[in-house]
Write a protein of this length. Structure first.
Length: 347
């Protein structure tokens, strides 16, 4: 082979090699997908570590007055099952929950409070410390479920979210688990409370299962998801229309959003109820709670409520450490005690 042919052959070989390398090199889209996947894994790891640390603090901070435990029970199967014929498809969802039994009253017959955390993909964490401690000191047993969609248990559990849907069942299952496993709890003295998204789950629990609860408190509760979709951002709306969640926007399935909204279920109220909100709430616009209050009144329901004017703290106004917050919580505790009769009620 002469020099020219050799050069031509080498040139072709190099071109073929370069083409092969180009075909195996990741495209920009593939690289972006890999980066997003790595970011999600890192975020999940960080959330799990933060959750483990926060969980430990419950034992440290509450161990002096309560027998603290973290338990597992089951709720309904997922609403959306990606592979219905796969191994384990349709299994009940495993729910984790913290329980607190006051040491001082461990052998007495005591009431139970179901505490429902807030937040889209939130979790039960130490931001609730003062609330839980004040309740345990009054002699309440408490269960605080991390219902489906809560953060800190991996991406799979996170994607089980069913806002306004099966998360309500998860909370009810926690209440029933407590009664099955703690014979010193009086089944006739069970209440439920929560703020924000937790307030919404509280409302849907007493609307759907009134026989299970003696009393309820809903603080700054999400009350009308349809209205909420209107004043929140597009990224917020996308959380609900994701394929693993409701799957459609409110515009595409208004009936489903109504089914999940307390204001559109007000006719079901049978349980003594106290509602608090504030006009300067930066998360749950007061218009949502006003809609709920008007709907309850229109149905002729008996309940108590208070709309605070520009309460310092906004959305968390009665969960912080101001005098107003402590006075507001005392009002809540007296309301609950009137129906649950704890051994050491707030005066």
């Amino acid at each position: 082979m002469n020099t020219t042919l050799k050069a031509l052959a080498l040139s072709c070989a190099l071109a073929i090699s370069a083409l092969a390398q180009e075909q195996t090199r990741p495209t920009e889209d593939v690289l972006q997908q890999r980066i997003r996947a790595l970011e999600e894994r890192l975020s999940t790891m960080e959330q799990s570590l933060a959750k483990d640390t926060d969980d430990l603090m419950w034992f440290v901070r509450m161990g002096d007055i309560a027998n603290v435990d973290k338990v597992s029970y089951t709720g309904p199967p997922p609403r959306v099952i990606q592979n219905p014929t796969g191994q384990g498809a349709g299994n009940p969802v495993v729910i984790r929950a913290f329980t607190f039994i006051p040491k001082k009253f461990a052998t007495a017959k005591i009431p139970l409070l179901v505490y429902v955390h807030g937040g889209v993909h939130g979790d039960f964490n130490n931001s609730s410390f003062h609330v839980i401690r004040e309740l345990v000191e009054q002699g309440y047993a408490i269960i605080a479920p991390d219902y489906r969609g809560s953060t800190g248990y991996g991406r799979g559990f996170w994607q089980l979210i069913d806002y306004g849907g099966l998360e309500n069942d998860d909370v009810l299952a926690g209440k029933r688990w407590m009664l099955e496993n703690h014979p010193n709890i009086d089944p006739q003295r069970v209440g439920i409370l929560g703020w924000s998204h937790g307030g919404m789950i509280t409302l849907m629990n007493i609307f759907n299962w009134p026989q299970d609860y003696k009393v309820a408190y809903a603080g700054v509760p999400v009350s009308d998801i349809i209205a909420r979709m209107g004043y929140k951002s597009q990224s917020y709306r996308e959380l609900f229309s994701a394929p693993y969640h409701i799957g459609k926007s409110a515009a595409d399935n208004v009936a489903e959003y109504k089914r999940r909204s307390p204001a559109w279920n007000a006719h079901k109220l049978q349980t003594p109820l106290l509602i608090h909100t504030t006009t300067n709430d930066e998360d749950v616009n007061v218009l949502e709670v006003e809609h709920l209050i008007k709907a309850l009144k229109a149905e002729g329901k008996k309940f108590e409520y208070k709309i605070y004017e520009n309460a310092p703290g906004g959305h968390i106004f009665n969960r912080i450490d101001t005098k107003l917050a402590k006075d507001s919580r005392a009002e809540i505790w007296r309301f609950l005690a009137g129906h649950l009769n704890p051994p050491a009620p707030v005066k």
